[in-house]
Every structure is written in C-alpha cells, then in structure tokens.
Design a protein around this ligand. Structure first.
Ligand code: NDP
Length: 364
C-alpha cells in the first residue's frame, strides 16, 4: 500500500461536527506483512456517522494514539467496501481482489487503507456493484432484518407494512425485500412543494423500488382519508401487522394507528427529532407493541446473523430483486493521486453539510 491517510477525530461538536475531522497520515502500528491489507473503494456518509462526530451516538469507537495524533483519536465511519490487496498465508477464505465489508461497526472506514488481523472481521461481498456493496452493511441489513426478523408472516395473506420516511435509503430497500416476500408496502413521504413533485416521487418509489402505494404525511394524518380512502387502497382482508418508524412525532402516531390489533411498531430512527407518542387506547385496546431496532447492537450480539443477512441480500441482488442505489447517490470523488489533505477534508466536510437530500458516497 501507499501512505495511510484517514479522516480522524479526537473531539466531538454537536453544532459543527465536520470541524472535528482531520486528515491524518501515519504509519500503522501493526505489521503489514502479517495483516490482511485492504484498499478502500467506497464509503457512505450515514446519519449515524454524523451522530458519532456530534458525540450524540451511544456507540463510539475506542480512541487511541495508533494514528500518531497528539490526542487519542479514532477513524470516522462505520461501513464501506474494501478490496483485499494482501492476505497472509494463514488465511484460507480470502484472496487478493475479493471485495469485503467490515463485520462490526466502529472499525473506522473513512480511510484509504485499513489493516485487519483476522478474516472473521470481514464479510465477502463479491458480485455486488460498488454502491450496493458500500451501503449494504448498515442500511441493507437493517431493512432486511426489520422486514424478516420480527413478524412470522403468513405469505398467503394480504400482508402490508407501513413505513414513514418512505423514500429513505432504508425504506427503498424495505420495499424491495417486502415485495419478494409478498408483503405490500404503504410508504408515507413528507409532502412535496407541488403535486407534480409528489407524483414524480411516488412513481419512482412504486416503479423502481417496488413500493405498493405512496401517500403523503397529510394523508397519513387525515382521519377522513384513513377511514374512507385507505381501506380501498389496502383491499379485502388486509393485515397491517408491522409499522416501521424512522421519523417520530405525529408521523409515528399516525402510522401506529394503522396497525391491526396486536401489531408491532419498530422505531429505528428519529429524523424529526420529536419523541414517539402513542394514543393510550392503542396500547390498551389494540395491544400494540412499540419496540426499538438497532443494527449495531443486534449484530454485536450475533455477528453470524449479519453474515447470514448479507448472504441472503447478495442472493436477492443476483436474482435481480434488489436495485442498486447508484442513481440516488451523489458520488464524491477522493482522487488519491491528486488530492492533498485539504482537498480530502473539504470533500468529506461538504458531504456532511450538504442538504440536497441525496445519500453521499465517497469513491476512491
Ligand atoms: P436517508 O438519508 O437515505 O433518508 C433520510 C430520510 O429522512 C428521507 O426520507 C427524508 O425525507 C427523511 N427526513 C429528513 N429529515 C426529516 C425530518 N425532519 N422529518 C421527517 N423526515 C425527515 O437515510 P437512511 O436511509 O440512511 O437512514 C434513515 C434513518 O434510519 C436515519 O434516522 C438513520 O439514523 C436510521 N437508521 C437506523 C438504524 C438502526 O439500526 N436503528 C440503521 C440504519 C439507519 P425527505 O425526502 O422528505 O427529506
């Protein structure tokens, strides 16, 4: 490998989190010959990576002096796809040229190279395109487990799930995974400025990502719509057993209201920063369960479940049931030949602060 360069941080700043990042050039403390050497191909900037820099995320990497910084620091980022460029002889399962993602969170992926001690720290993702591989480890796993791991579906019923932020990266993956399992999706998206913009978004989600129906937050919250229009959309004997909440506030109470008796709402994100409140009657008379989902914790407890999930997702992708997120991604190019440290830092900082609503993936 060439020089090791990573985006590291020692401190946190909740208001201006991109300011805590620095580009650090260092000599790794591990022996290169004895390690699996990885070259970064692409890493996304996820909301949880930003929350870590802000210092408001409950799981943080250990900070150390391994990167020759003055204060203990950690490499930012939690996922990304690497190419294997060196494998010591003692490992049998990996070979040069394999594409891999980290098994665990907090390993630090905003870097050009990484060293790993053991092949169990990596999951092979050969056969995926760059953008799917770079985003499958967090959002892909989350979507798959939200759909499959909590409800025992009877696949012959008129099954539905309802989800808010219905155009997020996770939700698009949920729609596709649900479709394969004969589960229909009711996707709630925030109102757009014009009806044309709403229609365009709905057509894209229903066409490309297999969402069954897209409705707006106004409709989600509208009692008359829910009483008169929604049953027509859902059809006969519809069962909404699962609500997926990544927004909170009014949006979450409105999707919870759509659940059938004994239904489950899983909260996995809080984009609106509003608390989740539920009408008391939903808990008492409809016996709704309201629980949380956190991919980091679940996969720490059971790393094999992440490996199994990734392997299932690769099969879905290979059978043509999983669209690459490529077109919805804004690519940020880290030119490893030409960029100086300032260029690298600016590229990533702009990716963090941009508000154009597109997922950012840094490609090296
Ligand atoms: P994306 O960046 O792809 O999408 C963000 C979504 O949030 C968009 O649908 C956007 O809608 C919506 N949104 C943004 N701001 C607000 C707001 N103020 N109120 C309501 N909706 C808003 O995100 P990801 O798919 O990567 O992640 C989605 C969520 O899932 C995040 O909260 C993330 O932290 C969480 N997550 C949680 C995991 C877990 O294990 N618990 C794992 C993975 C993700 P619009 O187009 O209208 O702006």
């Amino acid at each position: 490998p060439g020089l090791f360069k990573s985006l590291v941080y020692s401190k946190h700043d909740v208001d201006n989190c991109s300011s805590v990042l620095n580009v650090q050039t260092y000599t790794p403390i591990q022996e290169i010959e004895n390690s699996i050497v990885l070259r970064m191909l692409a890493f996304p900037i996820n909301p949880s990576d930003v929350n870590q820099l802000q210092g408001v995320y409950p799981s943080l990497p250990h900070k150390s002096l391994n990167y020759q910084t003055l204060e203990p620091s950690a490499i930012a980022g939690n996922e990304g796809v690497y190419e294997v460029i060196h494998v010591p002889n003692r490992f049998q399962n990996l070979k040069k040229g394999d594409w891999v993602i980290p098994t665990m969170a907090n390993t630090g992926t905003w870097t050009n190279y990484q060293l790993v001690y053991d092949e169990s720290e990596l999951i092979k993702v050969n056969g995926l395109d760059l953008f799917t591989a770079a985003t499958i480890g967090v959002n892909g796993v989350t979507a798959y487990q939200l759909v499959n791991n909590f409800i025992k579906w009877n696949y012959h019923e008129n099954n539905w799930l309802v989800q808010n932020a219905g155009n997020s990266t996770v939700s698009k993956m949920v729609s596709q995974i649900a479709k394969v399992n004969n589960i229909k999706t009711l996707n709630v998206v925030r109102d757009r400025k014009t009806p044309e913009q709403f229609d365009e978004l709905a057509t894209m989600l229903q066409g490309k990502f297999g969402a069954t129906k897209v409705i707006s937050e106004s409709q989600n919250n509208d009692k008359i719509f829910n009483k008169q229009e929604l049953p027509k959309i859902l059809g006969k004997d519809a069962r909404i057993r699962l609500a997926l909440n990544s927004v909170g506030g009014k949006s979450s109470s409105s999707i919870a209201r759509k659940l059938e008796k004994d239904g489950l709402m899983l909260t996995y994100g809080g984009m609106s920063k509003q608390p989740v409140t539920l009408p008391t009657s939903l808990l008492i008379f409809k016996n709704i369960t309201c629980a949380g989902y956190w991919v980091t914790e679940l996969n720490k407890k059971d790393p094999q479940s992440k490996v199994d999930t990734i392997n299932d997702l690769i099969q879905l992708y290979k059978s043509g049931n999983f669209v690459s997120p490529k077109e919805d991604i804004e690519t940020l190019e880290w030119d490893t030949e030409k960029f100086n440290d300032d260029d690298i830092l600016k590229l990533v900082q702009n990716g963090i602060t941009s508000t154009n609503g597109k997922k950012k993936v840094v490609v090296l």
